[in-house]
Design a protein around this ligand. Sequence first.
Ligand SMILES: [Mn+2]
Length: 361
Amino acid sequence: MSSNFSDLKLMLRPPGKGIYTVSSGASLADHLIKKIYGTHIAKGWQASLERIPFAPVILLGFPSDIGAGIRRGSNFGPLLIRQKLYADKRFKDLLEQEQICDVGDVMVIPQLLSDAILTKAQKQKCQKALYGPAMNSHLPVSPLSILEQASRCIYRLNPQAKLIAIGGDHSMSLPLVKTLKQYTQQPFAIIHFDAHTDLLQNRLGIDECFGTWAYHANQLIGRKQRLIQIGIRASAKSKMYWESRLKVKQFWANQILRNEEDAIKKILDHLKSLELPNVYISNDIDGTSEAFAACTGTPEPNGLSPTFVVRLIQQLKSQWNVIGADLTEVAPLLNLDRPNEPQKTLKLSVEYLLTMIKAML
Ligand SMILES: [Mn+2]
């Protein structure tokens, strides 16, 4: 029990502090953290960690974009989304009612991806940098590996916990699915909103990244059309190719846009046919049309509408146990030249988070 707490305290940082900086950008995080904890930061964060065993929903930030590969910037997702989230009365109410606790950010060394591709010597050097000279050789150092271990610590402290993670690039969903697979007794389906399939087995020889997580997650949950991809519209291969080859289920954006009501019914009918009580939601903001959320690394036009995404998530709540969720690829510092961006993307991100949190309560 206590080692889970002490490990989390080493691997995580207070909200907004997972991005390492001593000068540029530091004031943004300082401003957020002052808003959350006032002047007693260490005490306030400690109190949040101590609520893990009792909190129905646990919020965790993943400020890393090294798993992405084209336009980066989602490392600023957790910080800038939280600025808006903490200003929202609905979120403040959830905090006050102790329905949710924010345990902070994964501490990110921005040049690292996963420990699996580090040399032993490099890992030791980073362990020393992150955790000091004490013997902490059991602790990982790369963002994806820390996320996996931190989520395990959280489930050990609270097996009923429902984790909601703010990214960060989409590679983050794989460690979360790995942990759920380990700690959830029953099989589960994944509702995956995205313009892209993310179904490569590896990308340029890298197994764990934004373009491959769904391939591995699909393997982990046992295929059988349990991975349900919604909003696909930028794929080199056809729907038939992916569905027959990898036994996923896809609902492409063009089909959904023809009749949203009918699409929701078809998706829920498919989910029912799986006869699984549990669902994980992975929400890549680029599943939503570029018109509503341009601040992302690979925006695509003609995508899902926010009302469709929200309504589908709301309907899941009535019949399924939503066991966890993530919001990924929000990159608020991209497309700053567009009118009203990034405020529009951030505002929508808050709506999506609140909808997913409510679906888990
Ligand atoms: Mn995507």
